[in-house]
Design a protein around this ligand. Structure first.
Ligand code: ZN
Ligand code: ZN
Length: 259
C-alpha cells in the first residue's frame, strides 16, 4: 500500500510548485492485476495535481471525501463530467459519511451537475455512492479504515467536522488528520497507536484556529513528533521541522510505503 501526496498545500496556497492536500492511496493485488487507487479528497486543483502524477480521472476506483471545503471537494464536478463525457462513463465509488452526502449535492455540486444531456441527474448519476457510517468505518481492498470525526471549525453556532482516517496496512498503521483543530487530548490515543502520523499543519503569522499550527504541534511529546509528517501548509518559509523532532514536511509528490 502506497500513499502519495498529490499536493501538500493549504486551501489558499498559491505556490507554483504545490497543490492542495489530496492523496492517492494505491494497492496492488498479488499477480499482475492493475493497482487499485483511492483518491483521498478531490480539491479544485486536482486536475493539475493528478496530471502531474500521471493520472487521469478514470484511473481511480474510488474517492473518499473528508469534508466539504473546496480544497477537498472542488474537483468533483470536473471528475464527474470528465469521466462521463471523456472516459466512457467511468464510474468511481464515492465514499463519504452519510451526513456529508446531501449537503455535498445540494450546496456544492447540484448547480453544475444536475442538468446534463441524459436528463436531470443526481450524485448517483456519476458516482457509485457509498454512504459511510463513522462508527463502523469502511473496508477498501481488504484494508480497514476507522473514520474519526474531528472538529475543524468550532463557533458558538455550530461545529464543522472533518472525517479523519486511521488506516492499517499490512505492516504499518497511519493516522491521517485531514483538517482538524489542534486537539491533543482527543488525538493522543491515535497519535500513540499509529506507526505514522500525517498531520495538517498551519504555518505563518496567523493562527486561524481551524488547523493545528506548527507552534502548537511543536509542543507535542517527542515520541509523537518522531513519527509525524506535516502537510497542508502555506507557502511561508518552513521551519526546520527535523531539528524540532518531526519527521519533516511532506513534499508534493512524495510517497510513503505503508506495507
Ligand atoms: Zn483543507
Ligand atoms: Zn477544511
Amino acid at each position: 500500500m502506497k500513499l502519495t501526496f498529490a499536493g501538500t498545500g493549504s486551501a489558499f496556497c498559491m505556490a507554483a510548485e504545490n497543490f492542495q492536500s489530496n492523496m492517492v492511496l494505491e494497492t496492488t493485488p498479488s499477480g499482475n492485476e492493475q493497482p487499485h487507487r483511492l483518491l483521498i479528497d478531490c480539491g479544485s486543483d486536482a486536475r493539475h495535481s493528478l496530471r502531474n502524477l500521471g493520472y487521469m480521472p478514470n484511473d481511480f476506483d474510488a474517492v473518499y471525501i473528508s469534508h466539504l471545503h473546496s480544497d477537498h471537494i472542488g474537483g468533483l464536478e470536473w471528475m464527474a463530467l470528465a469521466n462521463y463525457f471523456i472516459f466512457d462513463g467511468h464510474r468511481a465509488k464515492l465514499l463519504a459519511v452519510k451526513e456529508l452526502l446531501d449537503p455535498l449535492w445540494e450546496h456544492s455540486l447540484r448547480g453544475g451537475l444536475e442538468t446534463s444531456d441524459h436528463g436531470n441527474s443526481q450524485l448517483s448519476s456519476y458516482f457509485d455512492v457509498l454512504p459511510l457510517v463513522a462508527k463502523t468505518g469502511f473496508d477498501w481492498q481488504g484494508l480497514h479504515f476507522d473514520i474519526i470525526p474531528v472538529p475543524h471549525i468550532v463557533t458558538n453556532e455550530s461545529t464543522m467536522f472533518s472525517y479523519a482516517l486511521f488506516g492499517r496496512g499490512e505492516k504499518k498503521s497511519f493516522f491521517l488528520t485531514t483538517d482538524a483543530i489542534f486537539n491533543p487530548d482527543a488525538h493522543m490515543s491515535l497519535y500513540r497507536k499509529a506507526d505514522m502520523i500525517f498531520q495538517d499543519c498551519e504555518l505563518g503569522p496567523r493562527h486561524s484556529g481551524v488547523h493545528a499550527h506548527y507552534d502548537e504541534l511543536v509542543t507535542l511529546p517527542a515520541e509523537v513528533k518522531a513519527k509525524m509528517w506535516l502537510y497542508h501548509y502555506q507557502a511561508y518559509d518552513k521551519p526546520d521541522a527535523k531539528a524540532d523532532g518531526f519527521c519533516g514536511f511532506i513534499e508534493p509528490g512524495q510517497s510513503f510505503d505503508l506495507g
